[in-house]
Design a protein around this ligand. Structure first.
Ligand SMILES: C[C@@]1(CC(=O)O)C2=NC(=C\c3[nH]c(c(CCC(=O)O)c3CC(=O)O)Cc3[nH]c(c(CC(=O)O)c3CCC(=O)O)/C=C3\N/C(=C\2)[C@@H](CCC(=O)O)[C@]3(C)CC(=O)O)/[C@H]1CCC(=O)O
Ligand SMILES: NC(=O)c1ccc[n+]([C@@H]2O[C@H](COP(=O)([O-])OP(=O)(O)OC[C@H]3O[C@@H](n4cnc5c(N)ncnc54)[C@H](O)[C@@H]3O)[C@@H](O)[C@H]2O)c1
Length: 216
């Protein structure tokens, strides 16, 4: 087993749609977390005595549930994931203790020693997500690199991802489909799309699909 100093964090993409997620704290940091979580389709509950105007508005619109009171033991029960972002370390510690007792995964903003998972810097372009972590060493660098890397994702990458998703729904799995989907992103069709030659790209794809139809 790697020692804590050499162990790497393990990135995952959680599917939170319909899952119950709890945020303790409703200040600026919690607001950022809540906005990201709403996009996942999670059922978000927030508990804090003071909430930002944006969070109160989102609660009024029914996008999240807001309980305007301090955290109390027992609040974590029934949740898949918990985030704490308050200005009081003792609250983070109490929440961490309850999370551990219940086996619920916890993120404590700014308190890596209490975290079961940290949050990377996230950029999105359509279905494409860029996530940069520095193993907790430099959040500012994570943000800087995320901005640079997200700029590298062009419209044609987003179009390719959508097209690939569409083809995967329609074509049966197997080596022929894999070959076609690889061809799509390798120089060939992607190169044409990148140059704005959509008509040529479609013609090339149609020829490949016809060849696939003949042999399957
Ligand atoms: C990426 C991002 C995601 C997000 O929060 O959504 C994120 N921090 C962001 C920004 C940011 N945070 C801080 C600064 C000031 C500059 C600096 O200190 O570097 C800036 C820069 C800025 O604001 O520009 C202060 C800070 N943060 C942590 C500590 C405590 C410590 O290090 O001990 C301190 C010192 C507090 C102090 O000194 O008092 C800890 C964590 N922050 C993490 C994530 C996790 C590790 C991520 C990784 O591995 O890289 C981790 C471990 C826990 C967690 O929170 O999950 C988000 C960028 C979002 C974006 O892209 O815009
Ligand atoms: N990870 C990051 O990116 C990052 C960046 C900057 C700051 N932080 C840290 O995140 C934390 C929160 O920062 P912020 O700017 O959102 O603070 P904030 O002052 O805007 O909000 C604090 C929130 O905590 C709530 N709170 C206080 N006591 C509570 C209790 N007993 N139960 C429930 N909620 C309670 C308040 O009502 C408020 O909603 C701070 O510790 C800060 O150092 C993290």
């Amino acid at each position: 087993m790697a020692s804590p100093s050499t162990a790497f964090d393990y990135p995952v993409c959680l599917r939170l749609h319909g899952k119950r997620v709890l945020l303790i704290g409703a200040g600026n940091i919690a607001e950022g977390r809540a906005l990201q979580l709403i996009e996942t389709g999670a059922r978000v509950r927030m508990i804090a005595p003071q909430a930002t105007a944006t969070l109160r508005r989102l609660a009024e619109q029914g996008q999240l549930e807001l309980l305007e009171r301090p955290y109390a033991q027992g609040d974590l029960s029934g949740h898949a994931l918990v985030f704490v972002a308050t200005d009081d370390r003792r609250v983070s510690e109490a929440v961490a203790e309850e999370a551990r007792a219940l086996g619920i995964w916890l993120n404590a903003a700014d308190e890596p020693d209490l975290c079961d998972f940290t949050i990377p810097s996230i950029g999105r372009r359509g279905a494409i997500t860029v996530a940069v972590s520095t193993q907790g060493q430099s959040p500012a660098l994570a943000r800087h690199l995320r901005q640079k890397l997200t700029e590298q994702i062009s419209l044609h990458h987003v179009q390719l991802a959508r097209l690939s998703g569409w083809l995967r729904e329609r074509l049966p799995r197997g080596p022929r489909r894999s070959r076609l989907l690889r061809l799509l992103v390798e120089e060939d069709i992607r190169g044409l799309l990148a140059k704005g030659q959509r008509r040529e790209a479609w013609a090339r794809l149609r020829a490949e699909l016809e060849a696939l139809g003949e042999t399957t």
